[in-house]
Design a protein around this ligand. Structure first.
Ligand SMILES: Cc1cc2nc3c(=O)[nH]c(=O)nc-3n(C[C@H](O)[C@H](O)[C@H](O)COP(=O)(O)OP(=O)(O)OC[C@H]3O[C@@H](n4cnc5c(N)ncnc54)[C@H](O)[C@@H]3O)c2cc1C
Ligand SMILES: NC(=O)c1ccc[n+]([C@@H]2O[C@H](COP(=O)([O-])OP(=O)(O)OC[C@H]3O[C@@H](n4cnc5c(N)ncnc54)[C@H](OP(=O)(O)O)[C@@H]3O)[C@@H](O)[C@H]2O)c1
Length: 533
């Protein structure tokens, strides 16, 4: 059946209204995005309630956050925050992904540090070492300020397991999703927390605490020339053995600034000491700083021998990793699944393994118990059952959409569902193929569009398919569809947004400003949601 292209959107801002042509175009697009739900207005988030007068966060700041864009470099973000209150500059120093890995949103993490409710400055994973350094500099401004320590609302409602209060889950099984011959290893990891299960909803993520690779811990023990059982203490006056601390307590990648400072204190000569201190500030004299994990940093300075206790003291705490949940609690209460790409690469001539993804791929077996918690999604959830949804999830980005489809099947939801899935090869990397076909047969998945990037002479990505299906896609949006993206934040999410903007411009008869505003309107109405990492 061919569908007619919808008529271009009628302008809603009168020609004689006091706006420039560009402002009028933006406003028309914005209102069109808000109203495209069959003419009904979407749910617009209300303005935040006015802060209480004695609230230390009530500093007169207008709340705008122009730096809240993960594609902006740190220097640009800090420039945009210049002159703003300290807590706002702290927010600008964060990675801007609102990924929840620190246990907060970017804004809440900054506020928690400002209120002295959070003392750890190294929790922002996307921001990396540059964010840590900037936060340390900004934190120095807090010295001498008398703001009282205040509690900040936890990201997960009380009662459920949290980052600070995980529960033990039993591993039911780890199954590779790629067929024989694929260069990728993506695993379906099934866990059980029985009998009560975990209080999660589709769209939430699972926090997983992994342990370090024993081979890496052993190599560090060997490099230190220490006994694995050497006493290093746990920092709270209790006994802790070196190998256990290396396995369970501290991060072994990347090498933190504090390690270079420790090595600088041991340096034999002034030149080496200065070099190490410069590296602790982010200088990269040999162009290899990015490749230095703890072992590589120790091996780079073979003459320097830190004491085991000092080494452990210089390393950051081992952090959990988040995975988008790929199951619905309605299907099997007590169970939860995640979809994990095993990260392996070569750096500095040594094979490296992602901490949690390879822990799950290589070292857990059925029956093992691992600590987990739920990271509630902030703005990533299914709409009402009758509302159509468009899901774009290449690679592991498919994870939450499997959960959405399971949930919709269980609820017998009537709304249309369109999935854009992409991966390398159809024959080996069509993750959850049979299940997706099952959802199609059941009528839960009404359209499936695939993009195989390495099957033809040219790369075909999901955004190419979005453009090719532009007319129909725009029709879905005009009929009120919610648009979801999940997966790589660095490139894919931006490319998809560009394609979506082009589709809206072409089929909605909007210029660039109008198309941008249309997407802003969708986002504001909760109809454009992202789970990107
Ligand atoms: C909300 C959220 C949801 C997520 N959902 C999923 C999901 O469903 N499935 C999934 O697989 N992942 C998901 N992730 C990503 C996941 O949390 C981990 O980041 C990922 O598994 C890697 O973690 P790791 O511990 O295995 O690797 P780590 O030990 O953390 O190593 C990763 C680091 O290695 C370095 N690195 C990576 N590749 C290279 C390279 N080629 N060269 C040099 N250095 C490199 C980078 O510094 C990178 O930060 C999600 C993340 C978030 C925030
Ligand atoms: N930081 C980064 O740059 C980056 C990028 C991607 C993934 N990752 C990480 O890698 C892990 C697993 O990745 P994954 O299995 O989800 O995906 P993946 O294997 O990296 O990619 C899945 C599919 O997406 C394609 N793709 C690559 N670039 C794209 C783009 N700009 N737009 C749209 N599609 C694109 C890939 O094509 P080709 O491979 O053939 O180009 C492949 O077909 C995750 O932990 C993720 O965070 C990181």
């Amino acid at each position: 059946m061919t569908s007619l292209s919808p008529a271009p959107l009628p302008p809603r801002i009168p020609e004689n209204a006091p706006f420039s042509a560009e402002q009028r175009a933006w406003l028309n697009g914005f209102i069109a995005g808000l109203l495209s739900l069959d003419g009904r207005e979407g749910q617009v988030a209300g303005a935040p309630a006015a802060a209480a007068k004695d609230d230390p966060l009530d500093d007169g700041d207008d709340g705008a956050a122009p730096w809240h864009d993960q594609t902006l470099p740190l220097a640009k973000r800090m420039a945009l925050a210049e002159g703003r209150p300290l807590r706002r500059r702290m927010m600008a120093a964060m990675g801007q992904q609102d990924c929840g890995q620190c246990g907060y949103s970017c804004e809440d993490y900054a506020d928690a540090i400002f209120l002295r409710a959070e003392t750890e400055l190294n929790l922002c994973v996307p921001g990396g070492k540059a964010t840590i350094r900037m936060l340390k500099a900004l934190h120095a401004e807090l010295e001498g300020e008398g703001a009282p320590a205040q509690a900040v609302a936890p990201a997960t409602p009380s009662g459920g397991p949290t980052r600070d209060r995980p529960v033990m889950a039993s591993v039911v099984g780890v199954t590779r999703l790629n067929a024989e011959g694929s260069a990728k290893e993506t695993n379906h990891v099934e866990l059980a927390v029985e009998p009560a299960g975990l209080p999660y909803a589709v769209g939430d993520s699972l926090g997983v605490f992994a342990t370090n690779d024993p081979a890496l811990a052993d190599a560090i023990v060997l490099r230190l020339g220490a006994e694995p059982e050497a006493e290093v203490g746990d920092g709270n006056g209790r006994s802790r053995r070196l190998r256990d601390a290396l396995l369970e307590d501290v991060s072994l990648a990347p090498a933190p600034d504090e390690l270079f400072e420790l090595l600088a204190g041991l340096a034999g000569g002034e030149t080496e000491r200065r070099r190490l201190l410069a590296m602790a500030q982010g200088d990269d004299p040999d162009g290899d700083l990015e490749t230095l994990d703890v072992l590589a940093a120790l091996e780079k300075f073979p003459g320097l021998q830190p004491a085991p206790r000092d080494l452990i003291g210089a390393l950051g705490a081992l952090q959990p990793r988040l995975y988008s949940i790929s199951s619905s609690p309605k299907v099997e209460p007590g169970r939860v699944s995640i979809t994990v790409d095993a990260l392996r690469y070569l750096a500095g001539g040594r094979p490296r393994k992602g901490l949690a993804s390879c822990f799950l791929a290589e070292r857990v077996k059925a029956g093992d118990r691992i600590p987990v918690y739920i990271q509630k999604a902030r703005d990533f959830a299914l709409p009402s059952d009758e509302t159509p949804i468009v899901m774009v999830g290449p690679g592991t980005g498919i994870a939450p959409f499997r959960a959405f489809l399971q949930e919709r099947l269980a609820r017998k939801a009537s709304g249309g569902a369109w999935l854009f899935f992409g991966h390398r090869h159809e024959a080996t990397d069509f993750l959850y193929r049979e299940e997706l076909e099952g959802f199609q047969a059941a009528g839960t998945l009404t359209r499936l569009t695939t993009a195989w990037s390495r099957d033809g002479a040219e790369k075909v990505y999901v955004q190419h398919r979005l453009r090719a299906e532009g007319r129909e896609l725009f029709r879905w949006l005009e009929e009120g569809a919610h648009f979801y993206v999940c997966g790589d934040a660095a490139r894919m999410a931006g490319d998809v947004e560009r394609a979506l903007r082009e589709v809206v411009a072409e089929h909605g008869g909007l210029d660039a400003a109008g198309a941008r505003a249309y997407l802003d309107g969708l986002a504001k109405a909760g109809r454009y949601q992202k789970d990107v990492y």
